[in-house]
Design a protein around this ligand. Sequence first.
Ligand code: SAM
Ligand code: SF4
Length: 346
Amino acid sequence: MSEMRQTAKSSATDRPAPLVDAFARHITYLRLSVTDRCDLRCTYCMPEKMQFLPRNEVLTLDELHHLALGFIDRGIRRIRLTGGEPLVRRDMMDLVRALGRRLGEGLDELTLTTNGTQLAEHASALADAGVERVNVSLDTIDPALFKRLTRRDRLEQVLAGIAAARAAGLKVKLNTVALKGLNEIELPDLIGWAHGEGHEITLIEVMPLGEVDGDRMDHYLPLSAVRDRLEARWTLRSSSYRTGGPARYFDVEETGGRLGLITPLTQNFCEGCNRIRVTTTGQLYPCLGGGEQVDLRAAIRSADPEGALDDALDQAMRIKPARHAFRIDAHGQRPAQPRHMSMTGG
Ligand code: SAM
Ligand code: SF4
């Protein structure tokens, strides 16, 4: 990885303007997708025969690094690496180490979202690089349902990965997509298990992103309905805790743990949005639920990469929409956005 780029863009004195959009929202959080590939095939995320991108369309490690540094120079303070599955990219840990060196120097936090299958192998190296917490996606702890949901028999590896992360000193937050008729009944137990293990857990509504096999909206479960089921078992107290993200939080009285709810379809959370997303091909999506996009790969491969990147980021700020455009129509399920979540990493 080129250290030259790292020093060339790190001057604090002539830093360009921060990223502020047309609605005066300060953008300080980047989700950077490092691969579209994955070793699982979650049924709500992608089809079994997912067509992955040709490798030459994907940004090189140097390009990802260069982009991330460009964002830090424009005031991005938190970076979450995601995918696809970030840990299936072979040179991923080099990027983590390189960005880890910017912690405390423009960057406040470096995190990652992972399915956990390869976490056991990488947990210590992540902690050594300065990562303090990881989000692990886990929709069930029932091995048969895990296999059905992800089309792979890997629950054991994921649980080992979570344990390794804890042993390495990483905080683990679990993300769970609530799915009607699938993990719906298990959710109260899953929350009890997560809190018993010392993990925070957040439930998410399934979003209409990309084509999958079958009808994803058959399993759409509004969290308003989940809440009733949870409250039959747990006492939920609304919490003032905020992370700057879209979740609303509750303290579960009996467990002493924290529960987050993300409700993109039933409740809008766009007013305080502070984030942007970049795909592994360098497309910047100012909104997960919108079609607007800016081509950063073209910018950084142009004759004037620094100037073109700054211009592209300014353009992204001009076009970031006020709110997302997710809709559930009365009959169904045409995805609001044709791209899969594995492009933008959630
Ligand atoms: N592979 C990693 C993982 O699963 O954590 C990172 C990428 S994955 C796309 C990020 C998150 O998006 C996961 O928590 C996953 O459950 C969620 N996700 C994927 N497709 C979704 C959809 N259509 N609606 C809501 N969440 C989705
Ligand atoms: Fe892979 Fe994550 Fe999508 Fe599941 S949700 S298929 S783990 S990218």
